[in-house]
Design a protein around this ligand. Structure first.
Ligand SMILES: N[C@@H](CCC(=O)N[C@@H](CS)C(=O)NCC(=O)O)C(=O)O
Length: 208
């Protein structure tokens, strides 16, 4: 049965799942969520996800939210992307949720998708400093490793790269992080890899 992923192109949290679906060779289709016009706050969407967030995965009778839980569902359903210590994989997905995507996503939103006169300089500076501290942790971890856990690409890699392929500026420059840069290159060289705007509907160009 075709899995459905509620998503939109700008969502790095949804991209983690779209990427895993592509790399695992799953038959899936996107369901566009009009985040920028408030769809995630509508009663109709809250009936699908009480948390009011994208992504949402529908697999037959099962509806799942939270990108990390969805990653485990995709890996367990396909037997792919889980070739490593499960608890280590969970550890990095939890790290990403708080220290990786959990900071990169809001920072990119504040710096690109809010009107210029509403961008809060102090919050941007604070979140940016925290993001760089966390990126340094990932940079150090990747030294001498091809993948975050074990010897193969896993859902931990899908989680931690969620926001790092986007071009909109949010203070992350691949040149400043050579280990992360090389790791992103390895990910994008995988068969089935696609850029977020090529795998999910919607992009800033639609709103220009
Ligand atoms: N921890 C969640 C974060 C999801 C999240 O922040 N989603 C954003 C889009 S990237 C969203 O839908 N926000 C809706 C809102 O704030 O109204 C996950 O990993 O799935």
């Amino acid at each position: 049965m075709t899995m459905k992923l509620y998503c939109f192109g700008e969502s790095g949290n949804a991209y983690k799942n779209a990427l895993a679906l592509e790399l695992a060779g799953v038959d899936w289709e996107p369901v566009y969520v009009d985040f920028f016009n408030g769809e995630t706050r509508s009663p109709e969407f809250r009936a699908i996800n009480e948390m009011g967030e994208v992504p949402v995965l529908v697999d037959g009778e099962r509806t799942l939210t939270q990108s990390g839980a969805i990653l485990f569902h995709i890996a367990d359903a396909t037997g792919k992307l889980l070739d490593g210590d499960r608890e280590e994989i969970l550890r990095w997905i939890l790290w990403d949720t708080q220290k990786g995507s959990g900071q990169q996503g809001p920072l990119r939103f504040l710096m690109n998708f809010l009107p210029e006169d509403k961008r809060p300089a102090e919050i941007i500076a604070f979140t940016g400093a925290r993001m760089h501290a966390a990126l340094k942790v990932l940079e150090a971890h990747l030294k001498g490793r091809d993948w975050i856990v074990g010897d193969a690409l896993t859902i931990a890699d899908c989680a931690c790269c969620g926001y790092l392929f986007y071009e909109e500026p949010f203070g992350f420059d691949r040149k400043d992080y050579p280990e992360i840069d090389a790791w992103l290159t390895r990910i994008s060289a995988q068969p089935g890899w696609k850029h977020p705007y090529d795998v999910m509907p919607g992009s800033p160009a639609d709103r220009a």
